[in-house]
Design a binder for this molecule. Structure first.
Ligand code: DX5
Ligand code: ZN
Length: 228
């Protein structure tokens, strides 16, 4: 099931609001306030293994499903994506980390594992995304690029909101475009009103914002500035 029948347009920059650090009681009113400016709701799923923190991804997801016209962008930061994917039926995009599917011997993506996860996500009617941690090389993605709808470049180490963007990660965004990738390139972590323009110039067309959006003094102004 795909919510909202959302389709991407060329040259458009999408804003995905990360509700990780928003108090559950405030999520609804904040989403309503920027309803017309927000393209996706970004749900961070953490298992306490792949990253030190744990989040109640299922509850965040279920509560966000109530905002029926907002597509949900699910970011899985877990050791075993296959074991949790079915919890996110109704998501528009489900993104998993390539670090989970690297073959230790060849140091390349295990295509059997990739295909299995990708098939499961597609079977639920969602788009397939792959994510890279700041120190994972984008060259690994060459084999899967034609098969994914989105590449998520982590611009901070995954695990927490409110960190500072790691500048060298933007080279990855540029390199992914140089490799010919035309789909969605999402930047996640430490995106602010000050650095968003550079991220977009380097090739990002989907912006995740947590702190810079939901902790802003004026939420609507922040959303407008982040969309550019
Ligand atoms: C971090 C998460 C991010 C985070 C972004 O591991 O994946 O989505 O919530 O928050 P900010 O924008 O505050 O860095
Ligand atoms: Zn995220």
């Amino acid at each position: 099931m795909v919510i909202g029948g959302f389709m991407e347009k060329e040259n458009e920059v999408y804003l995905s609001g990360s509700i990780l650090d928003v108090k559950p009681i405030e999520v609804h009113s904040k989403i309503v306030e920027i309803q017309d400016l927000l393209d996706y709701i970004h749900i961070d799923v953490m298992d306490g293994l792949f990253v030190p923190e744990k989040t109640d991804g299922i509850n965040m997801f279920k509560n966000s499903l109530k905002f029926e016209n907002k597509p949900l962008d699910v970011h899985l930061m877990v050791d075993d994506p296959l074991s949790v994917i079915s919890n996110y039926d109704g998501a528009d995009i489900i993104t998993f980390h390539v670090e989970n599917i690297i073959n230790d011997k060849t140091m390349t993506i295990d295509m059997d594992k990739f295909n299995e996860i990708s098939k499961t996500i597609k079977g639920m009617g969602a788009k397939v995304g792959v994510a890279l941690k700041p120190n994972t090389t984008e060259s690994l993605l060459r084999m899967v690029m034609p098969k994914v709808d989105l590449i998520l470049v982590m611009t901070v180490e995954p695990g927490y909101g409110g960190q500072k963007l790691i500048q060298h990660t933007l080279n990855k965004v540029e390199n992914v475009r140089k490799m010919g990738y035309k789909g969605l390139v999402e930047v996640d972590g430490g995106i602010t009103i000050e650095n968003v323009e550079e991220a977009v110039k380097r090739g990002a067309n989907m912006i995740v914002a947590g702190t810079a959006l939901f902790k802003a003094y004026n939420l609507r102004e922040a959303a407008m500035a982040l969309k550019g």
